[in-house]
Design a protein around this ligand. Structure first.
Ligand code: ADP
Length: 325
């Protein structure tokens, strides 16, 4: 995949599918993908999202790929007991307001200052040449930098030296409003002006996810779309919430600490006639048919782009009510 991306970049054939998206939600999803590996390795990942403006006009999948790459590298090059911090802040750039700065800081093996620029060259592995103990082929950063440049931003690295940790910095121009000509979905520009887009029908949603930053991101984005959202991080919490409130739909992760999202869906379907959207790490036909038979009306494979979730919500509610959503 990396080689294919690099070839497309070299030939100017990498197309961005830009949409208005929330950087914090996408960063949280990228961290989640790496979190299991980090946990196994004994490396802590913490995130501090301080940026007040986190909206970007970006290709969500590509943006997530960049952050995933940086966090994965940080975990890869940090020994057990180390720490990776992902931070966002508003970037103050003279003459250009509203930029976003994202830093991935680790306490790992660091980078020789002489290699700080070379590591962005394709097939360059800094001073690791010939040493494949860390795996990889040295394409990730070359692709990440090209993708960030295509978004009008910058990707740089800093390190005080070997053994002293590294910091990767992404700076991107932010967006407060989706500019005209950019749709709020993952589909490329279709010429529909933002003010003609249909507003989603407000729903009462029960969102269940045990990863705190992903849950926060989902709740934040869905509330911003006008939905009434109740958050739960386990099967027990979700069942408790469903006893006290009425919901239109369940949006649930499948791997929960005290059981499975499948069981939860089955119970809520039986007791409350509820339907739902499954957020799953797996997307084979078997996985999809399992979620369907548990009562989920849609199955989204993680990482889930918000545009995809919005479309699934619209589709599921249209199917259920027969009305346009
Ligand atoms: P790969 O990880 O496949 O080698 P990358 O392009 O992602 O390729 O990285 C290139 C090189 O940059 C790595 O081989 C490593 O030497 C260096 N590097 C990247 N991230 C870090 C980091 N967080 N700490 C130390 N070195 C790093």
């Amino acid at each position: 995949d990396d080689l294919l991306d690099l070839t497309k970049i070299t030939h100017g054939k990498l197309n961005l599918r830009s949409e208005s998206c929330d950087a914090h939600a996408l960063i949280a999803l990228a961290i989640e993908i790496v979190s299991e590996d980090a946990h196994q390795k004994g490396v802590t990942i913490e995130s501090t999202f301080s940026a007040r403006r986190s909206r970007l006009v970006a290709d969500p999948a590509r943006f997530q790929q960049v952050i995933w790459n940086l966090v994965r590298n940080a975990v890869k090059f940090t020994p057990r007991g180390g720490k990776v911090s992902v931070r966002t802040m508003d970037e103050i750039t003279p003459g250009a307001d509203n930029w976003l700065r994202i830093q991935v800081v680790d306490t790992g093996r660091g980078i020789d200052p002489a290699a700080l620029e070379q590591i962005f060259l394709p097939f360059n592995q800094g001073d690791l040449t010939g040493d494949h103990r860390f795996g990889g082929v040295g394409l990730g950063l070359a692709i990440a930098r090209a993708v960030v440049l295509m978004h009008g931003g910058q990707l740089t690295a800093e390190s005080p030296g070997l053994t002293q940790g590294a910091t990767f910095i992404v700076k991107l121009p932010g967006a407060t409003e989706p500019p005209s000509g950019v749709t709020d979905t993952a589909t490329p520009f279709t010429g529909i002006k933002p003010d003609r887009r249909k507003k989603p029908v407000p729903l009462r949603l029960l969102v269940v996810e045990d990863h705190p930053s992903t849950l926060n991101a989902l709740v934040h984005l869905l509330q911003r779309d006008g939905h009434e959202v109740t958050a739960a991080s386990s099967v027990a919490e979700a069942l408790h919430a469903a006893e006290r409130q009425t919901f239109d739909l369940l949006v649930s992760d499948l791997g929960l600490p005290d059981g499975s999202g499948l069981e939860l869906m089955e119970k809520l379907r039986t007791s409350h006639g509820l339907s739902g959207i499954a957020l799953s790490g797996y997307g084979t036909d078997d996985d999809v048919s399992r979620t369907r038979s548990a009562g989920f009306a849609a199955h989204l494979t993680k990482p889930v782009a918000i545009g995809e979730l919005r479309r699934a919500l619209a589709r599921v509610t249209t199917d259920a009510t027969g009305a346009g959503a």
